[in-house]
Design a protein around this ligand. Structure first.
Ligand code: HEM
Length: 494
């Protein structure tokens, strides 16, 4: 009910703002709002200028219109409308800050590759208040590079990949063994539970059990509402303190694990991310137990929700595209039979060899836009391609519009995994589901591996019928009804 009122409020105010905004534009069009005028004046005088755009209402800026679009079927309409009026890079005022929004992949790449002297991460205050000061998501400079490098290398290590493959297969099988044919299976819930177990095992080596359940419960409390608006809703202070308490309890649990690892002697072959950080600790900037424990929880923030959403969306898109589902099933069945004949379990490289399955995951990342974009704050005035990004402003690299731009992808709203078959565009700056530059997601291999294992087991063990469901894009991407599917176990040979 509260949500409904909030949405009505948002829609009413944004309709008003649309009308006023429209009128403002009419007035402006006679003076300076034409894009061609902007281009001519910058090229003749060659001076970088603040991109065109509107800062909207006092205090609110254009946040409400951004949110009302975000709730709609086409969340990118806010950005696309302005892109048509002002060009690929424009100014706005969203979430309490003057912001330069970029749908120009080249400009975004430049910003993401810049170091902390030019840009630092910018997360909503509700989130930063709850992160440790030394959280990998917030720190900059050499410490960030060091931790990022260690974690990235660990997630790429063959040892971890072998371990994750085993664990993931075990957790997936355990979950699928409980599925029954007389009631729907909610894919979003199942994948969430599986992915949480894998993540926690990789970070802190906790196995499913009482402590894992405790952590899951506390984490849910901690994460709920983190992406809220930067306004003081009555009761939000109390809410924040409950979230902070949940985090404290989790940090305490992780600290105990760190201490027991220290006292038991640090493993020379790292089994989890804690081992990696402890093992590489003999330097002039030692990592304290507090920093390690805090970071394990903060690392769950980007890792916890994104992978299950990737798996869920892949099932949704495949349910709507029988040709892709058939090809994917055939490919996975073939590998399953081959491995059965050889009497071998599937390895990480087996999953990677499934080229069509990988293309399905890539296309799901492009269409799903699990992370719509990333934010940075400019530490000084920056100029690029004739645009000025002023010191103190936010920069929003909006990936969604790039991924759905028809000049980059033919029929961008169509699920078409075949477009990736020769893999030619994967390293291109028009495809950045995992970000780029200094903060490229260190969990990207893990995410792909988990999705491959889930898809393999699902299509080789079951046929299914998905019920009608729709994708919701705000505040995070998810399925409205948690994607209920009716499953039927396959016979051995089918
Ligand atoms: C489909 C799954 C995933 C997607 C789409 C995704 C996307 C992203 C993106 C776009 C960024 C860049 C943020 C920025 O530039 O500000 C990022 C960073 C990050 N991701 Fe992922 N991610 C996924 C899975 C994971 C997993 C499984 C982990 C595992 C722990 C993880 C850990 C991280 C961390 C720690 C960062 C911050 C890196 C830094 O700031 O140095 N992500 N992710």
């Amino acid at each position: 009910m509260d949500n409904l009122l909030w949405i009505l409020f948002v829609i009413t105010v944004s309709l008003l703002s649309t009308i006023i905004f429209h009128n403002k534009n009419k007035l402006k069009s006679s003076s300076s709002s034409s894009r061609s005028h902007f281009i001519t004046s910058t090229t003749t005088r060659n001076l970088p200028q603040l991109p065109l755009g509107s800062l909207g209402w006092p205090f609110l800026g254009e946040t409400l219109e951004f949110i009302s679009c975000a709730y709609s079927e086409r969340p990118e309409s806010f950005v696309d409308k302005r892109r048509c009026m002002y060009g690929k890079v424009f100014k706005s005022h969203i979430f309490g800050t003057s912001t330069i929004v970029s749908t120009d992949a080249e400009v975004s790449r430049f910003v993401l590759q810049s170091d902390a002297k030019a840009f630092v991460p910018s997360y909503p205050k509700s989130l930063t208040e709850l992160m440790g000061k030394s959280s990998i998501l917030l720190i900059n400079g050499s410490l960030q590079r060091r931790i990022h490098g260690l974690i990235g290398a660990f997630f790429k290590s063959p040892h971890l990949k072998a371990q994750i493959t085993r664990d993931m297969q075990k957790y997936v099988q355990k979950s699928m063994d409980t599925w029954t044919e007389d009631q729907p299976i909610y894919i979003q819930d199942e994948t969430k539970s599986i992915a949480f177990q894998v993540l926690v095992k990789a970070l802190i080596s906790l196995d499913p059990g009482e402590e894992m359940e405790f952590l899951k419960k506390q984490f849910q409390e901690f994460i709920s509402g983190l992406m809220s608006l930067p306004v003081n809703i009555p009761g939000s202070q109390l809410y924040r303190s409950l979230q902070a308490r949940a985090k404290k309890k989790m940090v305490k649990l992780v600290q105990e694990i760190v201490q027991s690892k220290r006292s038991g002697g640090i493993s020379t072959v790292p089994k989890d991310v804690i081992d990696v950080l402890l093992l590489n600790n003999a330097s002039d900037q030692p990592l304290t137990d507090d920093l390690i424990a805090d970071n394990m929880i903060d690392m769950m923030i980007p890792g916890e929700d994104s992978v299950p959403v990737l798996m869920t969306l892949a099932i949704k898109y495949l349910s709507d595209c029988p040709a892709a589902l058939n090809q994917l099933t055939e490919e996975n069945m073939k590998l399953k039979r081959l491995k059965a004949e050889l009497g071998e379990p599937l390895s990480w490289s087996d999953y990677l060899s499934l080229t069509f399955t990988q293309a399905v995951i890539t296309e799901t990342l492009r269409m799903g836009n699990i992370i719509i974009g990333v934010m940075r704050k400019a530490m000084k005035d920056i100029e690029f391609k004739g645009y000025l990004i002023p010191k103190g402003w936010c920069f929003f690299a909006y990936f969604r519009s790039v991924h759905l731009d028809e000049s980059n992808y033919d029929w961008p709203y169509q699920f078409n995994p075949w477009r990736w078959q020769d893999n030619k565009d994967i390293g291109n700056c028009n495809f950045t589901p995992f970000g780029g530059g200094q903060r490229l997601c260190p969990g990207l291999d893990l995410a792909r591996l988990e999705a491959s294992i889930f898809l393999h087991n699902f299509v080789t063990q079951f046929r299914w019928m998905a019920e009608e469901d729709t994708v919701v894009n705000f505040p995070t991407v998810r399925m409205k009804r948690r994607l209920p599917v009716w499953v039927k176990r396959r016979g051995d040979s089918s």
